[in-house]
Design a protein. Structure first.
Length: 243
């Protein structure tokens, strides 16, 4: 699998080793030493995926990630020297899709990249359109949007026609996660199942990825994210979508 990768890493030795390892896997790699340079480079020549070190001089990796996420849904992997829960969760909350810790194994990094790139492709099988609350999910179109129902007289009312409204912006990972839940409405999916289906791996997966993305997704689909109505937590088991 080929593709283009942006590496934002201030340590020249690490940056060079990442570039060589990823080029050896067939990727076109662009590398810079600061977040500012990374954003400028990406604006001129977007890549298929971005790897961002958290501890950068000047603009740190958290802000770089947030800034990149504001302009693109490109998959982002954060790179951190610590597996500290606070750093990892903060990075994911900033918009990252995944993370790796230093020192990392090149094969693991390549596997995570392949998984993210596979997810960027349309899934082979999608659930049909699903409505819940005032939202409509259209997996085949890659669309999540608000809707209203209009009656036959042109006014709003039940039993009428669904009229499309404003789209809800989601990252690729958030959208795939919602699609997986929607494919099995009212069925509990464990974190392990979601890691395997959405992230594409399990033996080095981390349940925090699921929890943080569920939390972010709730802010976009729930009327009150603190009291979820649609994406429910089933304690000790996992999550389910209740249409």
């Amino acid at each position: 699998m080929s593709g283009s990768i942006l590496v934002v890493e201030d340590d020249e030795r690490i940056r060079s080793s990442m570039r060589l390892a990823l080029e050896g896997e067939g990727y076109d790699v662009k590398d810079v030493a600061s977040g500012e340079e990374g954003l400028e480079l990406f604006a001129g020549a977007p890549t298929d995926i971005a790897l961002i070190d958290l501890m950068l001089p000047g603009m740190d990796g958290f802000e770089c990630c947030r800034a990149l996420r504001r302009q693109s849904a490109v998959p982002i992997i954060i790179v951190t020297a610590r597996a500290d829960t606070h750093d990892v969760v903060a990075g994911l909350e900033a918009g990252a899709d995944d993370y790796v810790t230093k020192p990392f194994v090149a094969k693991e990094l390549a596997a995570r990249i392949r998984a993210l790139l596979r997810r960027a492709r349309p899934p082979e099988e999608d659930p049909g359109a699903l409505t819940f609350g005032t939202l409509q999910l259209l997996p085949e179109q890659g669309v999540l949007r608000h809707f209203r129902v209009e009656g036959s007289d042109g006014g709003e009312g039940g039993g009428g026609e669904i009229v499309e409204g404003e789209e809800v912006h989601c990252t690729r990972t958030e959208f795939r996660l919602l699609c997986e839940l929607a494919a099995s409405p009212n069925k509990v999916l464990s974190r392990e199942q979601l890691l395997d289906r959405v992230w594409g791996y399990d033996y080095f997966g981390d349940g925090r990825l699921v929890d943080v993305h569920i939390r972010r997704l709730r802010t976009k689909v729930e009327p009150d994210p603190t009291v979820p109505r649609y994406i429910l937590t089933v304690r000790g088991m996992g999550y389910k979508l209740v249409p």
